[in-house]
Design a protein around this ligand. Structure first.
Ligand code: ADE
Length: 230
């Protein structure tokens, strides 16, 4: 599965240029029994299998030996939600070790013994952690110097404001009778900025009340002039 889509486009070019690197490790290589088993049935019963702590630990040890100091991240739907602040932290750090489960859980003892951070990319269940790892990597790689060019910094700042992005328009200014909002053609930069800010706030309030509540608590005067609920 790796690098999969990250071998293409800007991330792929950056990979070939050595701006980032990926080492995919099969934990089966760290199994010790003759069946090379990496998982076993859950203690206490129930469906599914659980990744063995000894095998996962050996894989972690070998991986960290070649690049110490990297955070260990287990991709799981029960993890803390991935967000841009976490992505930025990973992108600025020494790299990251990602553990992908498949149809199964990971023995809690190795999660705790290795101080793993459990991370989820959203409230839905994938068949394995690999697509989640690709999502996390893509979000990090695009922030690395020289991968995206200048575009990313401004856009990142706009996300850092805690608001969803305002809508975009381009030519033709009239398409099928649908006009571009006139303010965007006015040449008045202050008015354009104000309109975009209002749109971003309106979108955030309606689509993501959770983000809006957090944003509102940092910015007590909301668009409608009312003090927003923290
Ligand atoms: N593995 C399965 N589902 C996942 C999710 N939503 N996020 C991260 N890892 C996962």
């Amino acid at each position: 599965m790796f690098p999969g889509p990250l071998g293409h486009s800007l991330a792929g070019r950056a990979l070939r240029e050595g701006r980032w690197a990926l080492d995919a490790i099969d934990i089966r290589g760290f199994a010790t029994d003759r069946h090379r088993s990496v998982d076993d049935t859950p203690c206490g019963g129930g469906a599914g299998m659980v990744l063995r702590p000894d095998v996962v630990d050996a894989a972690c040890a070998a991986t960290l030996a070649s690049g110490p100091g990297r955070p260990l991240v287990a991709l799981t739907p029960r993890g803390v939600p991935l967000d841009q602040a976490m992505v930025r932290g990973f992108a600025e750090g020494p790299g990251v070790v990602l553990l992908c489960g498949r149809f199964e859980g990971i023995d809690q003892r190795v999660i705790e013994a290795r101080g793993m951070l459990e991370v989820s990319i959203g409230d839905y269940v994938l068949s394995g952690g690999e697509p989640a790892a690709l999502v996390l990597l893509d979000a990090c790689v695009r922030l690395l110097p020289g991968v995206m060019g200048a575009a990313v910094s401004g856009e990142e700042e706009s996300f850092s404001s805690g608001l969803l992005e305002y809508p975009h328009y381009t030519r033709p200014t009239n398409w099928n009778g649908l006009a571009v909002p006139p303010v965007l053609l006015s040449g008045n930069h202050a008015e354009v900025a104000r309109w975009r800010r209002e749109q971003a706030e309106m979108l955030t309030r309606t689509r993501r009340p959770d983000l809006w509540a957090r944003h509102g608590s940092d910015n007590p005067i909301a668009l409608d002039g009312q003090a927003s609920a923290a």
